[in-house]
Design a protein around this ligand. Structure first.
Ligand code: PRT
Length: 134
């Protein structure tokens, strides 16, 4: 999926400077971040409504619209897909360790990599609080 999003991101960057009369993306860039944010929020609500109504086909369509509008907002905010993938990997590493936390904090697992070692120490907290800390 990340390949599709990365291709879409490049297409959005390429469309940014097209004619707003013919390119929706160029029109969104012309209208600015508040319009982009409004469209993203609208799409998120449409996904929610379709999911609550059990319309999975509509959820699929609206999710594609949501991801398009998210990609446009990323581009406007100077966020690249790889920035988001890096954060997701960081959380996966962190939560992976948190889920393996032994009962006693003294037996913390060896750090998986220098990248993990650079992180704040993990404190054995109860249940969801452990997730909230990171
Ligand atoms: N992937 C998309 C894409 N997904 C969704 N959309 C647009 O987002 C709309 C969905 O949002 P809405 O339901 O709000 O549509 P709408 O009601 O017509 O929009 P508004 O009237 O509310 O503004 C669709 O009608 C599409 O026009 C997209 N528009 C463009 N792309 C891609 O973006 C790139 C640039 O395309 P242009 O923007 O056409 O240059 C290309 O690769 C395109 O494939």
């Amino acid at each position: 999926m990340s390949d599709s999003l990365e291709r879409l991101y490049l297409a959005v960057l390429a469309a940014r400077d097209l004619d707003p009369a013919t390119s929706r993306t160029a029109r969104l860039f012309q209208r600015g971040p508040s319009k982009m944010a409004k469209k993203l929020a609208e799409e998120a609500i449409e996904v929610v409504i379709d999911a609550v109504n059990g319309d999975s086909e509509a959820v699929i369509r609206e999710s594609a619209d949501l991801l398009y509008n998210l990609t446009v907002l990323w581009a406007s905010a100077g966020v690249r897909p790889e920035d988001v993938w890096r954060e997701m990997t960081r959380r996966e590493d962190m939560l992976g360790i948190a889920e393996k936390l032994p009962k006693s904090p003294m037996k913390l697992p060896k750090v998986a990599s220098p990248r993990v070692a650079a992180r704040r120490p993990i404190v054995a907290l109860e249940g969801r609080a452990a997730r909230k800390r990171h």
